[in-house]
Write a protein that binds this ligand. Sequence first.
Ligand code: SAH
Length: 261
Amino acid sequence: MPQGRLAVVGLGPGDAALMAPAARAELDRAQDIVGYTTYVRLAGPFAPGQIVHESDNRHELQRARAAFALAAQGRRVAVVSSGDPGVFAMAAAVLEVLDTTDDPGWRAVELAILPGISAAQAAAALAGAPLGHDFCVVSLSDNLKPWEVIERRLEAAAAADFVLALYNPVSLARPWQFDRALDLLRRHRAAATPVVLGRDVGRPGESLTVTSIGAMRAAAVDMRTVVIVGSSQTRTVARADGSSWVYTPRSYRDVPPGETG
Ligand code: SAH
């Protein structure tokens, strides 16, 4: 049996120009493309001989197992993720399956992870440089971890004065969590602290909103939004068109009292 290959490919935020050439090349030579419908569409178009396996976003481990099963038959398989496949995405699911399988065929598969530009990076670039100093990345989804863990992490990160990039901020199944998170963050930040909302970054209908922790409302975000909440140091500077750049300076000054939590 020829050895198969399983590549976990980061598509970047959506715009083909923001996909790494290595990712594009991997997709072009894949025989099978496995992924959530929306992401598979972003990865195309595909040649007639390439087989596309679309699946529901919730079943990451199932999808990873399906990909191993194909690759173990000797096929060249690409599993696609939006952004970076290592950030709340398929790379960890694929490694978890590798970690728990006893199948020597699956263990023999050649595995590669191809990075992509993550949503927070793409949104940060549109806004300026809000991630210019230390930052934390937190998913607000409590599908895969208890809400108490999320609150504890937000509390610790806010108390330590990190800039926060929040993924999966809100969904129909999680109506109150984002408000709770905002209340918690407001206890640690001045009302004027800049907040960046990047929605559908790199995709049709892309939007960027610069607001503040005091003014922002949960209704302004959805699952297609990444939220960046500034630290005590994050500030804005006017753009020529009257809107604002947001940045966090390279050097840390003015340590606010009580920020050690
Ligand atoms: N692996 C992805 C993240 C998957 S989690 C990455 O690295 O970007 C899904 C969450 O990512 C969404 O709920 C949203 O918060 C964010 N996200 C992904 N793509 C986005 C985009 N193009 N614009 C804004 N947010 C995005």
